[in-house]
Design a protein around this ligand. Structure first.
Ligand SMILES: Nc1ncnc2c1ncn2[C@@H]1O[C@H](COP(=O)(O)OP(=O)(O)OP(=O)(O)O)[C@@H](O)[C@H]1O
Length: 291
């Protein structure tokens, strides 16, 4: 559906996106990377809000850099800094955007209010909404034109755990029938719902893979051990420590290393977060796991 080819975006002499290639179909893609990895820069190019310095972006074979309207018609976008108008109710807010987007089907607003579970608050002013309710209203706005591509930048920042869960569930369902791209630096936010993860680092694609495959590849690279403090101090210079906790007089450590780091170490089942850290570590050691 979406084909990203040799994409580059430069700001001065800084390459924020540095030769990216990706083929995306329906499903939920988690765009993962540290602050500054290039996630927002990429999403803004996909959303046709900024133009690539080099490279191509094709939607079903058609160039959306040359013809951005082809994307805009089929796109829903929820930017990181999305704001609601506090003096409008949820319904009025959607009516306003429906008018702007030329969406004439009056029933669509009620359907969306129900989809994002705001129908009971539809006539309340958005000023009194929680962060999660605002985000859900933002998603409803992005879905007005029933987009084939939904792009959501850092959706769960500032949400409480329950709101996070609900929002994740909503995005997950939306990914059944369309391409949903969700950027985050909180891996646990998307680990259970992403069909694929695209991992960015310094504007480059470090890996593109299903979460399961990523975790499978990290097996045998994450270790746990209970160590004397002196032993721990020596070992931490040679491995990548994922977590260390005092336990009585000893240190319980989880670490990434490409082989068993010491006799006491036992292989551990990695979480997705650990799998990613193990991958980054392997990469710095020149042993990057190919996607
Ligand atoms: N308009 C701009 N002018 C100059 N540099 C920019 C601009 N936008 C982004 N950058 C730089 O490009 C790099 C990528 O930034 P980007 O915002 O895409 O990262 P990100 O992965 O979205 O990070 P975050 O999680 O903090 O939003 C950063 O080094 C950033 O400073």
């Amino acid at each position: 559906m979406l084909s990203i080819q040799d994409l580059v975006k430069t700001f001065g002499d800084h390459r924020a996106i540095d030769g990216l290639n990706l083929e995306l179909g329906a499903g939920l893609v988690g765009l993962v990377g540290h602050n500054g990895a290039g996630k927002t820069t990429l999403m803004q190019m996909l959303a046709t809000l900024s133009r690539p310095s080099q490279g191509r972006i094709l939607l079903d074979g058609q160039d959306i850099v040359a013809r951005p309207e082809l994307m805009r018609r089929r796109l829903g976008y929820l930017p990181q800094d999305f704001g609601v108008y506090p003096q409008l109710t949820a319904r009025e807010f959607l009516q306003y955007f429906a008018a702007l987007k030329g969406v004439r089907d009056g029933r669509r607003i009620q359907q969306l209010l129900e989809l994002v579970n705001l129908h009971e608050q539809a006539d309340r002013l958005a000023a009194g909404f929680s962060g999660g309710m605002r985000q859900r209203l933002g998603i409803a706005q992005a879905l007005l034109n029933d987009p084939d591509v939904l792009i959501v930048d850092e959706p769960t920042a500032g949400l409480d755990p329950e709101e996070r869960l609900r929002f994740r569930q909503l995005l997950s369902e939306l990914g059944f029938s369309r391409l949903v791209i969700v950027s985050t630096h909180i891996v646990s936010d998307i680990e259970n719902m992403a069909t694929h993860l695209a991992i960015l680092r310094r504007g480059r694609l470090l890996a593109f893979s299903s979460p399961e495959a990523l975790m499978a590849r990290a097996e045998g690279q994450v270790w746990t051990a209970l160590l004397e403090p002196g032993h721990y101090e020596a070992l931490r210079q040679q491995v990548h420590v994922l977590q260390a906790q005092r336990q009585g007089g000893l240190i319980q450590v989880r670490m990434a290393h490409t082989e068993r780091p010491c006799a006491e170490a036992q292989a551990a089942l990695p979480s997705l977060e650990e799998a990613l850290m193990a991958q980054r570590y392997a990469d710095t050691q020149g042993l990057g796991m190919a996607a």
